[in-house]
Design a protein around this ligand. Structure first.
Ligand SMILES: Cc1ncc(COP(=O)(O)O)c(C=O)c1O
Length: 459
């Protein structure tokens, strides 16, 4: 212990003081990447340095470069915070340092994942026997699910992609909505299908795929097909019309994948469940625990109904690994060695319970609605989406004003919203993804936006 104690004691103190600083520290980082790099770049020294000194030095130099993403007034991108039990479990995960690839070497990690997976499938109302893989995030979850989709749709026409590869394979068509997340395209690239295999279907003013246009495209050609739907559009939070879209896709023999990085969690709460009605009929689902569930980074989850297809896609054995007949955790993900992500996911679910998860999701939606109401009361501010879930997009007049309000809010430090474009207009995106955001945080944010908007107009 004498080697570990001083550094761990110091790290605990510093971690606690960071958590204490979250309600009052500027939310956006105070220094840029370039500024920090300039300040801290130095040659690697020859002599070792005591671990506790390294901890002090690290904290000293990172402090101005930390964004208060675990705090209640960070609304940028779609970034969750950390619930206490998951943070504690994550610390222990590093301490235990388990390689979660194999049941034999990491039985506790594997068991935690199995139990957390069962709870998760139950909470989200997905097939109890689906294969579940713990990956780095939504990007890799989309990739892992679509890898299984690729295997399965080719297998159905007698082509074994594992053995025969893609050269000379029947062409796969990937049908997506115009407002899919960009990581679906990334997955299509990684999978060697090529962006030219993508057929884009139009979407409505909230970003929902047009089910009639989808049905028409499905009937156009008969070729192995994957349809990608979405639970939670990154600007509007909108959900695709699952029952009609999935029925049409299945009638045409297509595999249906759902990117539900944050939106799938709507199913864990009664007042939002209807948004993702019928999504359980799909074939695969990607989601994140590091978004709505508020597990520390990183934790994404790939869920595939057809276990056989998923295990055939990722399963592997080697003589030197102690593997049994039962599926190994590594059989459901693209990596062999990896972090034991199941401990933190298990701890979040265990500490919140069914009611706690529902309450978390309900609070995010209610705070989003409160934010939208508050912003509507600011002169000339417009909320551009139907706030059905956790996302709010806002314009503060013309594009220049909208962009300037966002920039000044970051500099002001009260809160973080992040810029984007929606239907040709500059917007600020506001994502309610942090369990700890309170009604008072929203009031404080709206007050800051009101003040800044007036300043920008007066300038
Ligand atoms: C709908 C959607 N899909 C996929 C992703 C990618 O997830 P990750 O950043 O965890 O890889 C995001 C990220 O915000 C998202 O909102």
């Amino acid at each position: 212990m004498k080697d570990f104690d001083p550094a761990l004691v110091r790290a605990t103190e510093l971690a606690r003081s960071h958590l204490e600083s979250l309600p009052t520290r500027p939310v956006w980082a105070r220094e840029s990447y370039e500024e920090i790099l300039e300040r801290v770049t130095q040659p690697l020294q020859d002599e070792p340095i005591a671990p506790e000194k390294v901890v002090d030095e690290l904290v000293d130099w990172v402090e101005p470069g930390l964004t208060a993403t675990p705090g209640g007034r960070f609304y940028g991108f779609v970034i969750g915070g950390v619930v206490p039990a998951a943070l504690a479990a994550d610390w222990l995960t590093s301490t235990w340092d388990q390689n979660a690839g194999l049941n034999s070497v990491a039985p506790a990690a594997a068991a935690a994942e199995t139990v957390a997976s069962g709870w998760l499938l139950d909470l989200l109302g997905l097939p109890a026997l689906a294969a579940v893989g713990y990956v780095t995030g939504g990007t890799v979850a989309n990739y892992a699910c679509l890898a299984s989709a690729r295997y399965a749709v080719l297998d159905r026409v007698g082509w074994d992609v594992n053995r025969q590869g893609l050269t000379d394979a029947p062409p796969i068509r990937v049908i997506v909505g115009a407002d899919r997340h960009g990581t679906v395209d990334i997955a299509v690239r990684y999978l060697g299908l090529g962006l030219d295999s993508i057929v884009v279907i139009g979407s409505d003013d909230q970003g929902r795929i047009d089910p009639e246009a989808l049905a028409a495209e499905l009937g156009r050609v008969d070729t192995p097909t994957i349809v990608c739907l979405q639970a939670g559009e990154v600007h509007t939070g909108a959900f695709d019309p699952f029952p009609a879209a999935i029925e049409a896709a299945h009638a045409a023999g297509a595999w249906v994948h759902v990117d539900g990085a944050f939106g799938l969690w709507a199913r864990a709460n009664e007042s939002t469940r209807h948004l993702a009605e019928g999504v359980d009929a799909a074939d695969s689902w990607a989601t994140d625990a590091h978004k709505t569930l508020n597990v520390p980074y990183d934790c994404g989850i790939a869920i595939v109904r057809d276990r056989e297809a998923h295990l055939a896609t990722f399963g592997s054995r080697a003589a030197y690994l102690i593997s049994g007949e039962a599926p190994e955790p590594s059989d459901t993900v693209p990596e062999l060695s990896r972090r034991a992500r199941g401990f933190a996911a298990w701890a979040a679910l265990r500490s919140l319970g069914r009611q706690g998860v529902a309450e978390l999701v309900r609070n995010l939606h209610e705070r989003a609605a409160q934010m939208a109401d508050g912003i509507r009361s600011i002169p000339d501010a417009e909320v551009l989406n139907d706030v059905v879930f956790t996302q709010v997009i806002v314009a503060f007049g013309d594009d220049e004003t909208t962009q300037e309000v966002g920039r000044r809010l970051l500099a002001d430090g009260t809160a973080v919203v992040t810029p984007s474009q929606w239907r040709g207009r500059a917007v600020q995106r506001i994502s309610l993804s942090n369990w700890s955001t309170t009604a008072a945080d929203i009031d404080q944010t709206v007050a800051a936006l009101r003040r800044i908007t007036a300043d920008v107009r007066g300038a």
